[in-house]
Design a protein around this ligand. Structure first.
Ligand code: ADP
Ligand code: MG
Length: 671
C-alpha cells in the first residue's frame, strides 16, 4: 500500500522536500469544504504566497502531527481540514525558532523561539526588513552568516523533523501494514460475514419457505385439529355412552355374580345330592345285580322245574289241497284247569284195521294219548310258540347251554318252526330269527347293568354223516367243502367245525342275511340231490359270550337250533330200486343219528358213565349243548293228515320217550 496515496491522515505544508509528494498527495487528500470550493486557479493562488516565501527564504515551516487525531477522528475529517490551523501570524524575518512540537507531540501553532546571542537584525521598517547599504558588506556578511546559521539550524531541525517524519512514516507504514492486515482480516471477516449473511439469507429463505409451509400445514393442521376436536367430542360422547353401558354391565355383572354364587351354592348342593344319589345308585346297582343274579337263579330253577329236557308238540295246519282229516282224528284235550289252560295233551285216533280183523269185530278207532310240556294245535302262531321258549332262550344269556330240536317226518313243519314260512312274512318268522332278536334285545338291556355280550353264528348241515357249511361263500358256495368236527384247541372242551364260517352277528339284519345264504346253499344242493334238505340235519349254532367287566364275571354258552332230518322210515316191504338203495342208506344214517340222539338223551338221563356222543356227527357236534349243564327242548312236529298217522305215532312215541328223561341239574357255564 502506498501510504501517500491512501493515507488521509497527513498534511504537510511549507516543506520543500515534501512539497512534491505533498502536492501530489494534496490533490488526493480529502479537502475541507472551503478548499473544495476553489477552482484550480484559486489553488494556484493559495499556493503562491508560500512559493514566494520559499524564494525569499522566509520559510515558515508549519507541520502538523495529526496522529492522535487521525486515529481518533479519521472519519470526521472527511470533508474538513485534518488539522485545526493556527491563526496565521507574520513570521519573524529570521525566525530560528522551530517549535519543539515534536517533544510535545501535540498539534498546535508553531511558536517562534528567540535565540540569544545573535546579531541583532536591522530594525524593521514598516514591517519590512530594511535593506543594507551596498557597502555594508560586513553587515551583509553578518546577515548572511546569521541567515546561514539560521538556515543550518533550520536544516538541523528539519533533519530532525525529517527523521521524525521518516520514523513516523515507518510507523505509519507499519500501521498501514497492520491496518492492511487488519483490513484484509476485516475483509475476510466481511467476506465471511457476507457468506454468513448469504448463508443466513438462504437459511432465512429456507426458513421463510418452511414458515410458509408450516403455515400451510398449520392451516391444514388446524382443519385437522378441528376434525380431531369433533372426533374428540364424538369419542367423548361415545365414552360417556360406553361408561354408561359399562356401569350397566357392571351392575348386571354384579347381579350375575350374585346369581352365580347362588348357582355355585346350588351346584355344590346339587353335587352333594348327585354324590348321594350316586351312592344310592351304586347301592341300587348292587341290589339290581343281586336281583339279576337271583333272577337267573330263580329262572334256572323254574326251567329246571319245567324240566331240563322238555318236549313240545306242534301240529301243523292242513295245507290247501290236502284232504281234511276226519273229525276227532286229532284232539287236544284241555288241561286240568279248563280251556284257558295251555294244552299239554294230544290224542290221536287211529282205526286199527289189524286188530279189527283179528277179533272179527268191526274195526274201531284206537285213541293214542300223549302228554307233553306243551302242545300247539294247528292254529298256533309262531309268536305263541316263541313266547313259550323265549325264557329258555334267555337261559343261554345266563350261561346255560340251550339246544332246541325240531323232530318229525318230512313235511310236518320242522323248517317252518325253526326258520319260518316262505316269503319272509314277519308273522311266519321262525324261532331262529326270533330267538336271536330276543337275545340281542336282552343283551342290550343287560348292557345297562354292565354286561357286554358278543354273538358268533355258524350254520352247518349234516348229511349222510358228512358236515357241510351252509354259510360258505365264493368258490365253496353250494359245494360246501368237507368239514370236520374238532376240538377248538388241545384240552379245550369247545368244539368247532373246520372249514366252516363263524360269523359275528350283532343285529337282526345280519342274521337274516345268514339265513338267506343258508337257504341259497341248500337250494343249490337240492338241484344236485333231490330233496336233500329233508334228509339232512341243519344245525344253527350261536356262541354267546357275556362279560361283566366291573365285577369280573364271564359267561359263555352255545345256543343250538337244530332242524332234524325227516324221521320217516322206509317201508321195509317195498322193493328196493337203485335209487331206493341210496335212499335206504340215507335213511339208515338218519335213523342212526336220530336213534343215537335218543340214546345219548337216555344215557344222560340215566346218568350213565358213557354217553355215546361220538356215535353220530350230530350228537358229537351237539355234545356241549346236551348233557348235564344243558337245557334241551324238542319240538315234535306232527302232520295233521290221517295218511301220516303212522309216522306221527312214531314221532310221538319217540318224543314221549325223550320227555320221560330228566337230565341232571343244569349248571351255568360260569367262569
Ligand atoms: P319239514 O321241514 O318238516 O319238511 P316244512 O317246514 O317244510 O316241513 O313244512 C311243510 C309245509 O307246510 C311247508 O309248505 C310249510 O310252509 C307248511 N307249514 C308247516 N308248518 C306250518 C304252520 N304251522 N303253519 C302254516 N304252514 C305250515
Ligand atoms: Mg324241512
Amino acid at each position: 500500500l502506498d501510504p501517500w496515496q491512501r493515507s488521509p491522515l497527513l498534511e504537510v505544508k511549507g516543506n520543500v522536500e515534501l512539497k512534491r509528494p505533498l502536492a501530489k498527495a494534496a490533490s488526493r487528500l480529502p479537502l475541507s469544504g472551503r478548499r473544495l470550493k476553489r477552482g484550480p486557479d484559486q489553488m494556484e493562488e493559495a499556493l503562491e504566497p508560500e512559493k514566494k516565501r520559499t524564494r525569499g527564504l522566509g520559510t515558515r515551516v508549519s507541520t502538523t502531527y495529526p496522529r492522535a487525531a487521525a486515529f481518533s477522528s479519521a472519519p470526521q475529517m472527511q470533508g474538513q481540514t485534518a488539522v485545526p490551523k493556527a491563526p496565521r501570524k507574520p513570521a519573524p524575518r529570521c525566525s530560528t525558532a522551530v517549535a519543539p512540537v515534536l517533544k510535545t507531540q501535540k498539534p498546535g501553532p508553531v511558536v517562534p523561539v528567540q535565540k540569544p546571542g545573535t546579531t541583532a537584525a536591522p530594525p524593521m521598517v514598516g514591517g519590512k526588513k530594511p535593506k543594507r547599504a551596498a557597502w555594508d558588506l560586513k553587515g551583509q556578511l553578518c546577515d548572511l552568516n546569521a541567515e546561514l546559521k539560521c538556515c543550518r539550524e533550520k536544516k538541523q531541525v528539519l533533519d530532525q523533523e525529517n527523521q521524525q517524519l521518516r520514523d513516523q512514516l515507518q510507523e505509519a507504514q507499519q500501521q498501514a501494514l497492520a491496518l492492511g492486515a487488519e483490513r484484509r482480516s476485516l475483509e475476510e471477516e466481511l467476506t465471511r460475514v457476507r457468506a454468513q449473511a448469504e448463508q443466513g439469507q438462504r437459511e432465512l429463505g429456507n426458513l421463510s419457505a418452511r414458515v410458509l409451509e408450516l403455515e400451510e400445514r398449520l392451516g391444514t393442521q388446524e382443519g385437522l385439529v378441528q376434525e380431531l376436536q369433533k372426533e374428540q367430542l364424538r369419542l367423548q360422547e361415545e365414552r360417556t355412552g360406553l361408561a354408561a353401558r359399562l356401569g350397566e354391565q357392571e351392575r348386571r355383572l354384579q347381579t350375575s355374580e350374585a346369581s352365580l354364587s347362588d348357582s355355585q351354592e346350588e351346584v355344590a348342593s346339587l353335587r352333594q345330592e348327585a354324590a348321594a344319589r350316586e351312592a344310592v345308585l351304586a347301592e341300587r346297582e348292587d341290589r339290581l345285580h343281586g336281583l339279576e343274579m337271583e333272577r337267573r337263579r330263580l329262572h334256572n330253577q323254574l326251567q329246571e322245574l319245567k324240566g331240563n329236557i322238555r318236549v313240545f308238540c306242534r301240529v301243523r295246519p292242513v295245507l290247501p289241497g290236502e284232504s281234511t282229516p276226519s273229525p276227532g282224528f286229532l284232539q287236544f284235550p284241555s288241561g286240568p284247569c279248563g280251556p284257558s289252560d295251555p294244552p299239554t295233551r294230544l290224542s290221536l285216533s287211529r282205526s286199527d284195521e289189524r286188530r279189527g280183523t283179528l277179533s272179527g269185530a268191526p274195526a274201531g278207532p284206537t285213541r293214542h294219548d300223549f302228554s307233553f310240556d306243551r302242545v300247539f294245535p294247528p292254529g298256533s302262531g309262531q309268536d305263541e310258540v316263541f313266547e313259550e321258549i323265549s325264557m329258555l332262550v334267555q337261559s343261554a344269556l345266563d350261561g346255560y347251554p340251550v339246544c332246541i330240536f325240531a323232530y318229525g317226518q318230512t313235511g310236518s313243519g320242522k323248517t317252518f318252526t325253526m326258520e319260518g314260512g316262505p316269503g319272509g312274512d314277519p308273522q311266519t318268522e321262525g324261532l331262529i330269527p326270533r330267538a336271536l332278536r330276543h337275545l340281542f334285545s336282552v343283551a342290550q338291556e343287560l348292557s345297562g347293568q354292565g354286561w357286554t355280550y358278543s354273538f358268533v353264528a355258524s350254520y352247518v348241515e349234516i348229511y349222510n354223516e358228512t358236515v357241510r357249511d351252509l354259510l360258505a361263500t365264493g368258490t365253496r358256495k353250494g359245494q360246501g367243502g368237507e368239514c370236520e368236527i374238532r376240538r377248538a384247541g388241545p384240552g379245550s372242551e369247545e368244539l368247532t367245525v373246520t372249514n366252516a364260517r363263524y360269523v359275528p352277528v350283532s343285529c337282526e339284519r345280519e342274521v337274516e342275511a345268514l339265513l338267506h345264504l343258508a337257504h341259497q346253499n341248500r337250494a343249490v344242493a337240492r338241484t344236485a340231490q333231490n330233496e336233500r334238505s329233508s334228509r339232512s340235519h341243519s344245525v344253527f349254532q350261536l356262541q354267546i359270550s357275556g362279560e361283566h367287566a366291573g365285577r369280573g364275571l364271564q359267561c359263555a354258552a352255545p345256543l343250538s337250533l337244530v332242524d332234524l332230518a325227516g324221521s320217516e322210515r322206509l317201508d321195509p316191504g317195498l322193493a328196493l330200486g337203485p335209487g331206493e338203495r341210496e335212499r335206504l342208506r340215507e335213511t339208515q344214517a338218519i335213523n342212526s343219528s336220530l336213534s343215537t340222539l335218543g340214546l345219548v338223551i337216555m344215557a344222560l338221563s340215566n346218568k350213565e358213565s358213557h354217553v355215546p356222543y361220538r356215535n353220530s356227527k350230530l350228537t358229537y357236534l351237539l355234545q356241549n349243548s346236551l348233557g348235564g349243564s344243558a337245557k334241551m327242548l324238542m319240538f315234535v312236529n306232527i302232520s295233521p293228515l290221517e295218511e301220516n298217522v303212522s309216522e306221527s305215532l312214531n314221532s310221538l312215541r319217540f318224543a314221549s320217550k325223550v320227555n320221560q328223561c330228566v337230565i341232571g341239574t343244569a349248571q351255568a357255564n360260569k367262569k
